[in-house]
Design a protein. Structure first.
Length: 240
């Protein structure tokens, strides 16, 4: 047998093996593709209202004072309005959607009113400032907070009379009463929030003592109710 015949035999055998392997591979089922992996959706963090904050506010005040005329016992009502501005400080704690907190605020006000009593005396009343200490309860919708508040209220009021029946005199009164209100607050970012708020402050009636030209004391009872509408900006010092 020649060398050419031997090489030809080996080539024929190798071709046969390749054909058999190809036939077997064709009979096999196709390979499975790997399962597609779903992309991970990014969920932005939900805002947390917990933490201490401090801020300022501007707005307007509306008040009415009802006086009993010291000579006729008739009631005289004086309406007052003006701008207000001040600051607030507080703390919140959040439990799921529920937000509870404490807050104190102080507002300089210019709420002035005047009138004339039955004896011709001019009566002037001026609410110079108000302050409140309240608890807050709200519902958080991520960056939006809807809340109500209530607590104790204070007001400094200056009352004056001048005329023929009473000596010119001024009485300064520190009033204590109650307050209730509601508002909306929105978080601009992690630290800054803006708010709009309405508050009612009720102080009831309180006696004011004046004197006549002869030195006799005359008492007038005066009530005070204040409504305040405020827009504010707060800075929150992070979370607990």
């Amino acid at each position: 047998m020649t060398l050419r015949a031997i090489v030809g035999g080996f080539a024929l055998a190798a071709g046969s093996v390749a054909c058999v392997h190809s036939a077997n591979a064709a009979d096999l089922p196709p390979a499975r593709m790997p399962a597609a992996v779903a992309p991970v959706a990014y969920a932005p963090p939900v805002y947390n209202w917990s933490g201490f904050y401090v801020g300022g506010h501007l707005g307007g005040g509306f008040a009415d004072s009802q006086w009993s005329d010291p000579f006729t016992a008739a009631n005289d009502t004086f309406s007052k309005s003006g701008f207000l501005g001040g600051g607030q400080i507080g703390v919140n704690a959040q439990f799921n959607w529920l937000v509870v907190g404490l807050e104190g605020d102080f507002s300089w006000t210019g709420l002035k009113g005047s009138g004339i009593d039955s004896a011709g005396d001019t009566i002037t009343t001026n609410t110079q400032w108000t302050s409140t200490a309240t608890g807050r309860v709200g519902a958080a919708f991520d960056r939006l907070l809807v809340y109500g508040k209530g607590g104790v209220a204070f007001a400094n009021e200056q009352s004056s009379v001048a005329g023929p029946a009473l000596n010119p005199s001024t009485v300064t009164t520190l009033r204590t009463g109650w307050t209730a209100g509601a508002g909306l607050e929105y978080a601009l970012n992690e630290n800054w929030t803006v708010r709009a708020e309405y508050d009612f402050l009720g102080f009831g009636s309180q006696p004011l003592n004046f004197t006549t030209p002869g030195g006799a004391a005359v008492t007038s009872n005066a009530s005070l109710n204040v409504q305040e509408v405020k827009a504010g900006l707060n800075f929150k010092f992070g979370q607990f």
